[in-house]
Design a protein around this ligand. Structure first.
Ligand SMILES: [Zn+2]
Ligand SMILES: [Zn+2]
Length: 227
């Protein structure tokens, strides 16, 4: 995840002072389904404007195509999770760095998966999730992110902000891809550990005022919808 403020403050904040998120105002009313992430932007990988990033981008499209090996274009790109494990990413990150990294966060996984789906000719959109975990789980993640001096603004108590993709599988039906987990999120809403509390699909689509269908639900576009 990337905030302009993070970048601006990165040079003035000592790592020992803590993470950048401390200084970013995320205190939007927590009553909305999006909580403190109400207006949080999707992560976008930067481009050096040079061959390094062009080549990295081409490599990932070609590699995804090879991994697909003639299979269904709606096959989830699980190879990404083997290629780079889920963990802290320092933002901003460029394509040549993102494709090379052994450890990346869900923002990188989602940005890469997005390129792969689109290159396959599959309409796909960026999706944001809020998931329920436990205070123990989020505390250990906070520790890992702090160790790398990476902002842990994606954690709030026992809830986390997470990124993935919404992939169009019919005229108005989507499947939600969680690239860091390497699976499609089950639309039969469960309440337990790791379950989805809210989703926001960022899509610029005319004629979908009622949103897109996900399982039994309709998810209105560009707003947080409680699940
Ligand atoms: Zn580059
Ligand atoms: Zn995440």
């Amino acid at each position: 995840m990337y905030l302009a403020e993070d970048k601006a403050k990165a040079s003035t904040v000592q790592p020992a002072d803590g993470h950048c998120a401390d200084t970013v105002d995320l205190m939007t009313a927590a009553t909305a389904p999006g909580g403190k992430w109400q207006t949080f932007p999707n992560s976008h990988i930067s481009h050096h404007g040079a061959a390094c990033c062009d080549i990295a981008h081409e490599w990932l499209i070609a590699f995804d195509y090879a991994q697909l090996n003639g299979g269904d274009v709606l096959t989830g790109p699980r190879w990404m999770r083997e290629h780079s494990k889920w963990g802290p990413t320092a933002w901003p990150i460029h394509w040549c760095e993102a494709v090379d990294a052994d450890v990346v966060d869900c923002g990188v996984h989602a940005a890469i998966a997005q390129e792969a789906f689109v290159a396959r000719g599959v309409p796909a959109f960026r999706a944001q999730f809020i998931q329920r975990y436990s205070a123990d789980a989020t505390a250990s993640w906070r520790e890992n992110w702090d160790k790398e001096s990476v902002s842990d603004h994606w954690i709030d108590g026992d809830a986390i902000y997470h990124e993935g993709n919404a992939v169009l599988v019919g005229t108005d039906e989507v499947k939600l891809w969680d690239g860091s987990a390497g699976w499609w999120i089950n639309p039969r809403g469960e309440m337990g550990y790791g379950s989805l509390a809210a989703v926001r699909i960022e899509a610029d689509l005319e004629g979908f005022e009622d949103g897109l269908r996900w399982g039994e639900r309709r998810i209105k576009l560009n707003q947080w919808v409680a699940v």
